[in-house]
Design a protein around this ligand. Structure first.
Ligand code: CP3
Length: 317
């Protein structure tokens, strides 16, 4: 999950002097931010500081982050020709700074804290590329998908090859696990997931898995098609709070599971927050193959001390 971020004073301090893209582009800064949550929270693993949208720069889509509004894509994909003319590029040449951040973070982390590399899944990336930014309804994305299915599949094919190779490169640079973020895939019907998305996620996860490290397949809102989501691939299936962990676990074909605290529970009084944490642990029942995590990213309003308290509670349980 996003571990570093605006909820963390040390991160906000760095952000006063550097834009988010600045932090990503400078491997020594990205490595330093990667370490912040490990030191402050005592979490068991570090996730590389980067963003799923970084490949949009070499794709020439024009990426920026507007203060408080999230990502903006200056030249969104609108027409068939926009997909056909997407440039292919050399990963090392264009995104080598991410690989360098992996190497630096790996070197700086304690030996017993694994480093997780990541990328966006084809669907979630396509949704940003087509919407031009965040969306609640994914109207443009779905219109494109239905109106130009061949071009849609071409776009997702290109994105799957790109992120699969990007993930494998991060593993070669030293990432000990990989995570594929399909953050918005839950907006689809089960049938549309199978038709328009699953083959491409499968390809990306297959390319990532070939690198020989465990792969986490992250989604939210996947309760209605969890079997298909899990069947696309990944060694670990990440689920959100909309489904009880134990019920989800019976539906993912024996894979490991990650989740699934409601991020807003970190805003609750300590007693309620801790009750929800204990409930998840009870549903996991001490079985091997559970990664305790939030179901989605930490909200900027969150108190760092509340996150720390949850980490400590999980460790002591
Ligand atoms: O935790 C870490 O240190 C890892 C870094 C990380 C970032 N983005 C940095 C970031 C990770 C793992 C991501 C993934 C990411 N980025 C996802 C998938 C995970 C998820 O939350 O669903 C998505 C959808 C994005 C796209 C993105 N980047 C959005 C929607 C935003 C804006 C959100 C907001 O809160 O305004 C970003 C910006 C971003 N990327 C931030 C961070 C820490 C927050 C803002 C900032 O510094 O201004």
């Amino acid at each position: 999950m996003r571990q570093a971020g605006r909820y963390m004073p040390a991160y906000r301090k760095l952000r006063q002097r550097h834009s988010i893209l600045d932090l990503c582009h400078h491997p020594e800064l990205a490595a330093a931010v990667t370490l912040q949550p490990v030191e402050r929270l005592g979490v068991d693993a570090a996730i590389l500081f980067a963003d799923i949208l970084l490949p949009f720069e070499p794709l020439r889509l024009g990426l920026s982050f507007a203060a408080g509004e999230g990502p903006r894509i200056a030249r969104p994909i609108e027409a068939v020709a926009d997909v056909e003319r997407l440039p292919s590029f050399n990963l090392e040449a264009e995104l080598g700074y991410v690989f360098e951040a992996v190497r630096l973070a790996r070197r700086a982390l304690p030996a017993d804290v694994p480093l997780i590399g990541f990328a966006g899944a084809p669907f979630t990336l396509a949704s940003y590329a087509i919407e031009g930014g965040a969306s609640r309804t994914f109207t443009k994305t779905k219109r494109f998908m239905y109106q130009a299915p061949d071009t849609w599949h071409l776009l997702l094919t290109k994105l799957a090859e790109l992120v699969g190779g990007f993930l494998a490169g991060q593993a070669r640079a030293g990432a000990q696990a990989l995570q594929l973020f399909d953050s918005w895939v839950g907006c689809l019907s089960p049938e549309d997931y199978r038709t328009y998305v699953q083959p491409h996620s499968r390809r990306a996860l297959q390319l990532a898995g070939a690198a020989g490290v465990p792969v986490i397949h992250f989604g939210t809102g996947t309760a209605t098609f969890l079997e298909d989501f899990a069947a696309a691939g990944g060694d670990v299936i990440s689920v959100d709070w909309r489904i009880p962990l134990d019920g989800a676990w019976t539906r993912i074909d024996g894979k490991a599971i990650q989740g699934n605290l409601e991020p807003a529970a970190l805003l609750a009084p300590a007693a309620e927050r801790d009750r929800q944490v204990r409930d998840i642990l009870k549903r996991a029942g001490g079985r091997p193959g559970h990664i305790f995590n939030l179901g989605h990213g930490i909200l900027p309003e969150t108190d760092v001390a509340a996150v720390r308290a949850v980490v400590d509670l999980v460790h002591d349980a």
